[in-house]
Design a protein. Structure first.
Length: 198
């Protein structure tokens, strides 16, 4: 727009329609309009901001603390529901504990003292059911179901509730010990009982 050989400002034909009429020390400006898409986004943002401000300032919209409290209530409710479905079983804690040498030692000792009398040393069953097959009288053979049975017991079948007797570590350890019976061949297995769970 400026001629290098002199200070005279030259305006091209296609710029005349956007040339502003003011002049600052020989400097003239072109009024390039903003793109329509940009203006649309800008005006929509302003409209949204005005509505947002009015709602949260004058119309009783929840504060950040109230929103946080409501979201945490939802999370805690979902967590409580999940824990109830799991029978209080904490899978992450279980997975971290059972790989330790302590867990293997405790599992064997606890099973020998508390479970062997009903389920046999090799899990083949006696008074209690066979723990080596895929048939289950109670639950579906999943970790959380077996944990619930060990923890809460099954009163009408003579299974004691060990939740108030054994520590969480001992419950986890004996659960792992019981799970390890699956697929083994006991010396004198009891006949299948309950439902086959593949």
């Amino acid at each position: 727009m400026t001629d290098k050989n002199n200070d005279e400002v030259k305006v091209f034909d296609d710029e005349k329609s956007i040339l502003l009429d003011h002049n600052y020390d020989g400097i003239k400006e072109l009024n390039h309009p903003l793109p329509s898409w940009w203006l649309t986004i800008f005006y929509l943002s302003m409209f949204f901001a005005a509505g947002y401000y009015i709602y949260y300032t004058f119309l009783g919209g929840p504060t950040l603390t109230e929103e946080y409290t409501a979201e945490m209530a939802k999370i805690n409710s979902a967590k409580d529901k999940w824990m109830q479905e799991q029978g209080g079983f904490k899978r992450d804690k279980y997975n971290a504990f059972i790989v330790t040498a302590k867990a293997k030692k405790i599992g064997k000792k606890t099973y020998k003292r508390k479970c062997r009398a009903c389920h046999a040393a090799d899990g083949g069953g006696g008074v209690g059911p066979n723990l080596t097959d895929k048939y289950w009288i109670n639950g579906n053979g999943s970790l959380q179901d077996i944990y619930k049975i060990i923890h809460d017991g099954v009163e009408d079948r003579g299974m004691q509730a060990w939740g108030g007797v054994l520590s969480e570590e001992k419950l986890f350890a004996v659960l792992k010990y019981v799970m390890d019976f699956q697929g083994t061949t006991p010396e004198n297995p009891k006949e299948p009982q309950g439902k086959l769970i593949e």
